[in-house]
Design a protein around this ligand. Structure first.
Ligand SMILES: NC(=O)c1ccc[n+]([C@@H]2O[C@H](COP(=O)([O-])OP(=O)(O)OC[C@H]3O[C@@H](n4cnc5c(N)ncnc54)[C@H](O)[C@@H]3O)[C@@H](O)[C@H]2O)c1
Length: 356
């Protein structure tokens, strides 16, 4: 464990802060709030961005702790040692395909891990049900969740905060369970909580296994670009920086006990998304395309067997966050996608050997 703990700052525990969304959020918060101390508790599973600590470590108010949210003793110790005043909880097993092959780890991390954090928050911030400790009135637990808890939509309609929970995969069922635990700690103990349920994120530092990095990597490596089923499943793509700003807003100004859906009004089916990425790559990596004897990267697209229980469509009604907190996603999709592709191109490029 390394610690750069300092007093007189507002210590916030961010869990899973070395993952895709958590890492982008931490950079956002460190740059914007120099008086916050950010303690990142991350187990550093395969999904973590292993080099992120180097980047975040440049901020003196950042501390990294490697460990698991399932370890109650460790979590209690962190709350006491750093006098934690807020939690923003990203840590999770997050890949639907993995939840189909190994659901047990999703139950452990996403459900047991969340209850461990909630227990610690109640212990450290409250004297009993409905009784917040003196000086801890501002402490808040922000749970990051997914629109997948609502199940799947048909051709029309959108998920609102009132939509019924109907998770279809072990991943979404574990996230739905964790949402309900968070809600119950609010209703039973009076713990100050907010929940955000967001749509699919894209942007830098997303793990290779997810759809957009897979499309970009396969194309750049001139390998088949795998698309599930007939490519017609629809997702609402949200730029991770827009998401970070929404979390910032809900954490600071959201109403205690409430849920906010976060989306981008940006629906794409998987095939059209792959075609869009290929079109951008056609412009950016023309030379490689020519050398490979291809006319377009889209020639690499290949349909593969569908994922079992693959949800047909997700779409988010953002009226609540828009009206109550004046939030709206601001990144134009083509701009965000192009920047994302450039980031991955840089990452996948063979590194130059510098001779001295
Ligand atoms: N990526 C998306 O599109 C998306 C969409 C909706 C909701 N979400 C939710 O947002 C959150 C973050 O997603 P992400 O895409 O950044 O995930 P990710 O898989 O990229 O990162 C998860 C992070 O959690 C850490 N972690 C896993 N188990 C842990 C444990 N037991 N203790 C401590 N750390 C642990 C991992 O090391 C990793 O750094 C998750 O809760 C996810 O359910 C993600």
């Amino acid at each position: 464990m390394t610690s750069t703990h300092t007093i007189n700052r507002k210590p916030i525990l961010v869990t899973g802060g070395s993952g895709f969304i958590g890492s982008n959020f931490i950079l956002h918060i460190l740059s914007k709030y120099p008086d916050y101390e950010i303690v990142n508790l991350d187990k550093l599973t395969y999904a973590a961005a292993q080099d992120f600590n180097e980047q975040a470590g440049q901020f003196p108010q950042y501390t990294f702790l490697q460990g698991s949210i399932e370890n109650q003793e460790l979590v209690n110790f962190i709350f006491a040692e750093y006098n934690i005043r807020g939690v923003i909880h990203f840590a999770a097993e997050s890949h639907v395909d993995n939840s189909i092959s190994n659901p047990g780890v999703f139950v452990q991390t996403n459900i047991v891990g969340t209850s461990t954090l909630l227990n610690a928050a109640v212990t450290h911030w409250m004297d009993g049900p409905g009784r917040v400790k003196l000086g801890y009135e501002e402490c808040r637990f922000h749970h990051i969740s997914t629109d997948e808890v609502y199940g799947a939509l048909g051709e029309t309609g959108k998920f609102s905060e009132e939509s019924k929970y109907a998770p279809n995969s072990p991943y979404s069922a574990s996230k739905a369970s964790s949402d309900l635990l968070v809600r119950s700690f609010n209703r039973t103990y009076g713990l100050n909580v907010v929940i955000t349920n967001c749509s699919n994120n894209y942007g830098p530092r997303q793990h290779d296994e997810k759809l957009i990095p897979t499309i970009i990597r396969s194309a750049l490596q001139l390998k088949p670009i795998p698309i599930y089923g007939n490519g017609c499943n629809v997702r609402d793509w949200l730029h991770v920086q827009d998401h970070a700003e929404a979390i910032d807003l809900v954490y600071h100004r959201g109403t205690n006990g409430e849920t906010y859906n976060v989306g981008s009004d940006n629906e794409w089916n998987n095939l059209n998304l792959a075609l869009e990425i290929c079109t951008i790559l056609d412009e950016l990596a023309t030379e490689q395309l020519r050398e490979a004897g291809l006319t377009n990267y889209s020639e690499l697209i290949q349909f593969v067997n569908d994922r079992p229980g693959h949800d047909w469509r997700y779409a988010i009604d953002t009226t609540k966050i828009n009206k109550e907190l004046s939030w709206k996603a601001g990144t134009p999709f083509r701009t965000g996608l192009r920047q994302t592709i450039e980031w991955y191109r840089e990452m996948y490029q063979p590194k130059q050997i510098v001779r001295v």
